[in-house]
Design a protein around this ligand. Structure first.
Ligand SMILES: [Zn+2]
Length: 127
């Protein structure tokens, strides 16, 4: 089954350039969440039915897919992740994703630096 569809053909507000891809992602709830990406010319948007997504907040389900990960995708269309990642190019979402990735890396580096500093402190305590 191909989850890719042209919404225009369905007659909803009739934009023939609108493309949609939906993934079913197994999260903490029994029912998989529906993670939907929409591309309309240069406009890109992402929706998720998890509690955070429904409240308009950040969620890892959209982030993971946009980072190219297929983890948790059920329903067999994991190969479409590459299409969604390609849609990102040049969008405001891409810019925001890069910022999250950068700060997450900085956070990891800071955690490693803190762990190393604590080891040094422990060694200094023993001297
Ligand atoms: Zn989500």
């Amino acid at each position: 089954m191909n989850a890719r569809s042209r919404v225009g053909a369905l007659g909803k507000k009739g934009n023939p350039n609108m493309e949609t891809i939906t993934f079913n992602v197994q999260g903490s709830a029994a029912e998989p969440y529906k993670v939907t990406f929409k591309k309309n010319d240069s406009n890109f948007s992402a929706y998720c039915t998890c509690p955070a997504g429904e409240n308009g907040m950040y969620c890892k389900h959209r982030f993971r897919i946009l980072s190219g990960e297929t983890t948790g995708i059920v329903g067999g269309n994991g190969s479409e992740v590459a299409s969604v990642v390609a849609w990102l190019s040049g969008t405001d979402v891409e810019k925001a994703i890069r910022e999250v990735e950068l700060t997450e890396r900085q956070l990891e580096d800071a955690k490693k630096a803190a762990a190393l500093a604590k080891k040094k402190l422990a060694a200094a305590f023993r001297d």
